[in-house]
Design a protein around this ligand. Structure first.
Ligand code: GAL
Length: 421
């Protein structure tokens, strides 16, 4: 660590300790945070962090960049950093954290991590992304997973479906029943990251965890252009007739609203949707069902939302330190994730207050981690570097929209994996 940084960082820990012991002060410091948590449930979760900061004398200056999945947020963040005007902190996940860690613009959070013992409280699967060359460069706030299926109890009942599908064939049959009953069978948005979110589950359901690992994590061209991947894309094409005409530019939370309002039967989306059901005060099993994507039970495609902190003037550093420690405090970890629909990033946080779907999310993550079936989500940037992810998203979206055949899509995935980025 550069010697000039040592004195700064050693005062860091002292300042943070003082800040967290001091009584609440009138907010004098501010932190400017760039994120894409703009849906109702997301904003509700964020309020927990904002309130905690205020207790410690720090005012949150919001830099919300609408557009789920973070694509627009990354564009704005790059522009700000290039202009020499980075925010105090930004929401990042997976390989985007790795990308930024190479730029030399992130603060080293190691002294805080040592004081709060992050090394023993954060699962290894998250440390793989939050620690770079032995230094903590990201503070993980929650863990989401994408291989979920959400269903409207009312629509299923009216379609004569008494229990959610457990296998792929049951799922397709239930989609047909819902469509025949006059509802939108599959609520979805046509943004590439949303189609890729469905793809996460279809790959896992079709080929199982080992195939998912070989194809999407190891990018083995022999797995990417294989009869199994051909079947994956054929299944993606089989889903297409079940989405409605208006899906192209629909945001993910608008699709979730269709399920909540009884206009659609199913949505294949990550458990950030749980934040919307929570925000609408809907009740698991009574109003909606949360089950793993049919055929993926026992495995989890995950990613973690984290905050990274940019190097800024000394006057900003106190507030940044307080924010980093707040993110990793048990109170914020519990309060934020209960509302957000994600699992706490810290181990040992009480499940008190998490509903049945939230508790299932936490239990499934722990079980998958223990059994080696915890897999990085392609759609959420936890499987491949950003440039490869972009190329994969393009192939997946073009196939789903019928621009290329399943066989051509499998070939193009393998070609994209071989291309040097
Ligand atoms: C993910 C993010 C979630 C949620 C979702 C929808 O990338 O990790 O927290 O925001 O996008 O926008």
């Amino acid at each position: 660590m550069p010697s000039k940084l040592k004195p700064f960082l050693s005062t860091l820990a002292v300042a943070v300790a003082a800040a967290h012991c001091a009584p609440a002060r009138a907010a004098q410091d501010t932190v400017q945070v760039l994120h894409w948590w703009t849906a109702g449930g997301e904003a509700g979760a964020l309020q927990v962090l904002k309130d905690d900061l205020l207790q410690h004398g720090v005012q949150w200056q919001d830099v919300p960049i609408a557009g789920g999945g973070g694509a627009q947020a990354m564009t704005t963040l790059r522009a700000r950093v290039l202009a020499g005007d980075p925010p105090s902190a930004a929401q990042l996940a997976g390989f985007d954290i790795v990308d930024w860690s190479h730029q030399g613009v992130l603060q080293d959070l190691t002294p805080i991590a040592r004081r709060q013992d992050w090394a023993h409280k954060v699962p290894k699967a998250l440390q793989d992304f939050d620690v770079y060359q032995g230094r903590w460069i990201a503070a993980p706030i929650g863990v989401h997973s994408s291989n979920w299926l959400w269903a409207s109890r009312k629509v299923l009942t009216r379609s004569g479906i008494t229990r959610p599908p457990a296998t792929w064939d049951e799922f397709i049959a239930d989609l047909a029943r819902v469509k025949k009953s006059g509802f939108v069978a599959l609520a979805a948005g046509g943004q590439p990251w949303q189609i890729a979110t469905m793809f996460d589950g279809v790959v896992l359901s079709t080929g199982g965890p080992d195939f998912y690992r070989r194809s999407l994590l190891e990018r083995d061209p022999k797995a990417l252009d294989s009869p199994t991947m051909l079947k994956v894309f054929e299944r993606m094409s089989a889903l297409r007739p079940f989405v409605d005409q208006g899906f192209a530019n629909r945001d993910w939370n608008e699709a979730t609203a269709m399920v909540m309002q009884g206009r659609a039967g199913f949505q294949m989306v990550g458990d950030w949707a749980l934040g919307e059901f929570n925000h609408a005060h809907q009740v698991p099993d009574k109003d909606y069902l949360c089950v793993r994507t049919p055929g993926t039970q026992g495995s989890v495609t995950y990613h973690s939302d984290a905050l990274v902190f940019f190097k800024r003037d000394a006057k900003d550093q106190q507030a940044q330190r307080i924010l980093a420690e707040a993110v990793m405090s048990p109170g914020v970890q519990a309060g934020f994730n209960r509302i957000k629909g994600s699992a706490p990033a810290l181990l040992g946080i009480s499940r008190e207050g998490f509903n049945a779907c939230g508790r299932k999310a936490i239990a499934d993550l722990a079980q998958a981690d223990a059994s080696g079936t915890l897999l990085g989500s392609l759609s959420q940037g936890n499987a491949v570097p950003p440039a490869v992810k972009g190329a994969f998203f393009d192939v997946i979206a073009r196939e789903f929209n019928g621009a290329i055949s399943p066989a051509e899509a499998a070939r193009q995935l393998a070609a994209a994996a071989k291309a040097q980025y």
